[in-house]
Design a protein around this ligand. Structure first.
Ligand SMILES: [Zn+2]
Length: 677
């Protein structure tokens, strides 16, 4: 049998930094009774209480601060701005097309008519389409992203269905601006030239017919907007995804592909819905009188003109839409991008909108902590997002851990839970390349980059990652006050300076450590990473940072196959069991703690070292995990080092089993915490 020395290999020699003065702690140093390490895990699992639901209100009651604003205003502004650019260029074409549609005449005849009427009449009615296009396009883009995000965050729909619903709802919302489109139809027809002086006059005049008059033709508009949006937004992303990365990266190439992508879709959709639009125009050319059924008018026009007649003017319409939607799409992308950067700039000038989790280290947490009794648990339902069915990553485990703790009455959801906020670009940018963070938040990472992370990007995923990062940062802030706190998420240690990898998008541990050291040149952080996989991203981020010591204990033959250099790597042989594993920890952890003398410990309690784990190569039992976590926490606490824990990796098809396995760290922390009082 191998001796413990033979079962591990040191990848790097000890490299311990000179001592620094010890942090003065607010909680008393603790010494735990020796037997606590040997207490079997089962003693700390209460009976499972079924049927006890965990509501959101208890968590909301201790929410740290109000929810910060969402980011979709950019999409609204970019959508409106894109419309402004497009309409300025395409207005004359639009007018010619309209004449043809109404009077069933050739393009040449339409141009001749407009020329006879003179220049003033050509630009008659510009205000109305301008306002209409700006407002509807703004609502279309903005509300689509907002609805999609809200649906993904608050329901269990897949991203695809959430986007589909978002597109339909955006189509309905656009219809709010219908009175402007309604008046535009009246203003463009010569029949009404004498009746209405200008757009406001027309809007004012038709009030005598009641509110319903403004919404004449609503059914046609919904019939056009909703399916149109579904096709547009659904295909827009697919077209982008289908193009090779070289076509969508770089300003020149991406502008061209955005133009043609938008142009193609706009032309296709407007052609498909052309007969609907013709019918809508006819419905709206009437002022006052009975409200005709869409279906009846459509049938009448079809009989009168025939199918080909219904498409008269479609050529010029096709050209107009091609140009218009090409311009809209390319302007939208550029404006949205510009605003995103402008926002990041403004955020760095003023601190008005920076959420709690990014606030300077001096922020007073005491009002929040006053209501917290026992070990602070950092948890939010927003750690969870929807993944495609059958995805290997057990997304619901974050909720599962929390529910397991509440059900077993290990924690009190009313007095022990603090909800984090989303990490800003600035905060995540402490450990990552800011451009990478911005691209990830905005869903602009390439397919290749996404493939490496194991997740397809979605609004829900980006949101989840931001909450998780905010959670770990919040936990460190709380541990500085209270000595110990635990998040129900975190441990995304494969994410590197400018990339995501292996289910990790933003390295929450690295962000939290950077946040701890950023205002104090003497502050030292030890990262104890016991996930079965090497903390390669963390190692790379802190490669040249002497104030952060990265310690990774992992299965040497496991992912990542190209390892990075931590300050101390303990690469273990496959199949290691409880006692051998614990012996490795007992040999090294106290030495590192005593020699590096950290002011803070971040502990990644990954459970993929478990014998039943789908991705692990070690053979720890539940009890082994309990002893491991008790050992680490005890070593940190007895030295008075504030500690935060994250749950790290864990892979098991059985959600409940996995959630309980992950909850061992919280149970151990509560045990230790109770002995500290
Ligand atoms: Zn892992």
């Amino acid at each position: 049998m191998d001796t413990p020395t033979g079962t591990r290999r040191l990848s790097s020699p000890f490299d311990l930094r000179p001592n620094a003065p010890r942090l003065v702690l607010k909680f008393s140093e603790v010494s735990l009774p020796a037997h606590s390490l040997d207490t079997p895990l089962e003693d700390h699992f209460g009976p499972i209480m079924k049927g006890h639901e965990v509501g959101g209100t208890a968590v909301d009651a201790v929410r740290a601060s109000p929810q910060t604003g969402v980011d979709e205003w950019r999409e609204y502004v970019a959508g409106g701005g894109a419309a402004l650019v497009a309409i300025t260029i395409t207005f004359p074409i639009n007018k010619t097309m309209f004449r043809q549609q109404v009077h069933n005449i050739s393009p040449a005849e339409a141009v001749r008519q407009l020329r006879v009427e003179g220049g003033m009449h050509l630009y008659r009615g510009l205000l109305s389409p301008l306002l209409m296009k700006i407002s509807t396009q703004s609502i279309m883009f903005g509300s689509y992203f907002q609805y999609s995000r809200l649906i993904q965050e608050h329901t269990h729909l897949t991203p695809t269905y959430a986007k589909l619903m978002g597109a339909v709802l955006a189509g309905v919302s656009e219809a709010c601006m219908m009175p402007l489109e309604r008046v535009q139809v009246l203003m463009q027809d010569s029949k009404f030239h004498t009746q209405f002086r200008n757009t406001p006059h027309a809007l004012y005049s038709i009030r005598v017919y009641g509110l319903r008059e403004y919404y004449r033709g609503l059914s046609a508009i919904l019939l056009r907007n909703c399916p149109g949006n579904v096709i547009f937004f659904g295909s827009r992303e697919r077209i982008k995804a289908a193009l090779p990365d070289t076509w969508t990266t770089g300003t020149y190439a991406s502008n061209i592909s955005d133009f043609f992508g938008g142009a193609f879709l706009g032309a296709l959709i407007s052609t498909m819905f052309y007969p609907v639009n013709v019918t809508k125009t006819h419905l709206q050319l009437q002022v006052g009188g009975p409200f005709l059924q869409f279906r009846a008018v459509f049938k009448m026009l079809l009989e009168e003109r025939g199918l080909r007649g219904m498409f008269r003017g479609v050529h010029i319409n096709y050209t107009r839409s091609f140009l218009s939607w090409g311009i809209i799409n390319v302007s939208y992308e550029n404006l949205s991008h510009l605003l995103r950067h402008a926002l990041a700039e403004i955020m760095s000038w003023t601190r008005l909108t920076i959420p709690f989790s990014t606030a300077p280290a001096s922020l007073d947490l005491s009002p929040i902590l006053q209501g917290i009794r026992g070990l602070p648990i950092i948890h939010t339902e927003s750690y969870v997002c929807r993944l495609p069915p059958g995805h290997r990553f057990q997304m619901r485990k974050f909720r599962g851990v929390f529910q397991s703790l509440v059900q077993d009455r290990v924690i009190d959801a009313k007095t022990q839970v603090i909800e984090p906020l989303r990490a800003s670009v600035e905060l995540a940018g402490l450990a990552h390349d800011t451009q990478y963070v911005e691209r990830f938040y905005a869903g602009e990472t390439s397919r290749e980059e996404q493939r490496r992370t194991g997740f397809e990007w979605s609004h829900g995923l980006a949101s989840r990652v931001r909450y998780e990062t905010g959670g770990t940062v919040l936990s460190t802030r709380i541990s500085l006050e209270r000595g110990l706190s635990c998040s129900t998420g975190g441990g995304t240690h494969h994410a590197g300076p400018d990339y995501g990898s292996g289910y990790c998008l933003i390295n929450d541990i690295a962000v939290a450590a950077m946040n701890l050291i950023r205002n104090d040149p003497n502050f030292k952080v030890l990262i104890i990473d016991l996930d079965v996989h090497q903390g390669d991203g963390t190692a790379l981020i802190f490669e040249n940072e002497p104030r952060v010591f990265t310690l990774s204990v992992h299965a040497e033959k496991n992912f990542p196959f190209r390892k990075q250099k931590s300050d101390l790597d303990l690469g273990l042989e496959d199949g290691l069991q409880d006692n051998e594993y614990l012996q490795v920890l007992q040999e090294h952890i106290p030495v590192v703690l005593d020699q590096f003398r950290p002011d803070f410990v971040l502990y990644d309690a990954g459970v993929d070292v478990h014998e039943a784990d789908a991705l692990g190569r070690l053979k720890l039992s539940d009890n082994g995990l309990w002893r491991r976590d008790m050992f680490i926490l005890k070593e940190c606490m007895k030295r008075g080092v504030p500690t935060s824990t994250v749950i790290g990796g864990g892979y098991d098809k059985d959600l409940e089993v996995l959630s309980r396995r992950h909850s061992i760290i919280h149970r151990a922390a509560i045990k230790i915490h109770s002995q500290m009082q």
